[in-house]
Write a protein that binds this ligand. Sequence first.
Ligand SMILES: *Cc1c(COP(=O)(O)O)cnc(C)c1O
Length: 387
Amino acid sequence: MKSTTTIAVRNGLETDIQYGSVVPPMHLSTNYCFDDALSPREFDYSRSGNPTRALLADTLAKLEKGAGAIITNTGMSAITLVLQLLKPHDLLIVPHDSYGGSLRLFKAFADKGCFKLDIIDQTQEEQIQSAIAKEPKMVWLETPSNPLLRIVDIQKIANKLEGSHTLLVVDNTFLSPLLQKPLSLGADIIVHSTTKYINGHSDVVGGAVIAKTDDLSETLCWWGNTLGLTGGAFDAYQTLRGVRTLPIRIKQHEQNAKKVVNILSEHHAVSQLYYPGLENHIGHEIAKRQQSGFGGMVSFELKGDHNALIQFVHRLQLFSLAESLGGVESLVCVPALMTHRSMDNDAQVKAGIKPTLIRLSIGVEDGDDLATDLKQALDTVLLGDKD
Ligand SMILES: *Cc1c(COP(=O)(O)O)cnc(C)c1O
């Protein structure tokens, strides 16, 4: 069938029968006329179904090779939706280094008795083994992880779960379907914060759930409508506009990441570099096998103290100091002080997040410009700020 790139660019074009518009129009109407009182048409009310949202769902389902998708109003509501599949006695297994908001939600629901929760280090074989022995209802993966880009072998875990009734869920936000297809590796459900690479322009917050089977897709659709988690038409329109350029954006993110990694790996002010594309990265071999690229996220530890860190971040001109990731613009973030601030010291140490760890979301600017900017800021750290 058609390649991922062609699907991203063309899915749903030329479907407008009224005017023949190449790009399908946006449908903002909240409600739709019945043919007669006994005959609803395809859509009746926009919480349950909307043509613009349906096209985004169809496109993401095709990109991830799933049976269907549900578009939600945030990444967190996509996760909330998937958790509806659990009952009070079911066990959920999650990684200790999940996205902070996900971990907060897992714990809050478990505290309310919605399900049982085990938090483990999924890079440790024996922890996975003993977790699976407890016959969980759901295993949650996030690979590469945030911010250290640890890699978990999706297929290996899927194989261990074969024949059981355990659902395997993968948060695929960090790579997008262009670089990793978890359903093909044995997962049952994928979640995305479309806020990140899929929309890619840092101007829409949104989420998606993609299911492998029609059954799962129908159940999740029912919950999406019942809880009212579905996304708005305007957001869906804009997100689909982002999807059209996802393939070329991803290529540029990755090409730029390579240039940045080259500069960082040679610089004396960098004590540790985390990028799955590096041969010495602990998950490199798995990443090479299960991903079709290494992505645009890079983390590193800066030599020096808190002042060096503040100075470095201040000196950067082409990296905006902000949370989030996956947009066209490059970002720099200090996880210990920003994205992972809500973790206490102990939890940060356990997750390997040091005070001078820096996370970069590499944008699609000119890669040499980005590398040069990083180099001048790192040089300042070494020489000391003379201003
Ligand atoms: C951002 C993010 C989320 C949450 O998505 P929102 O769109 O912010 O609600 C979930 N998982 C990962 C990996 C993320 O990066």
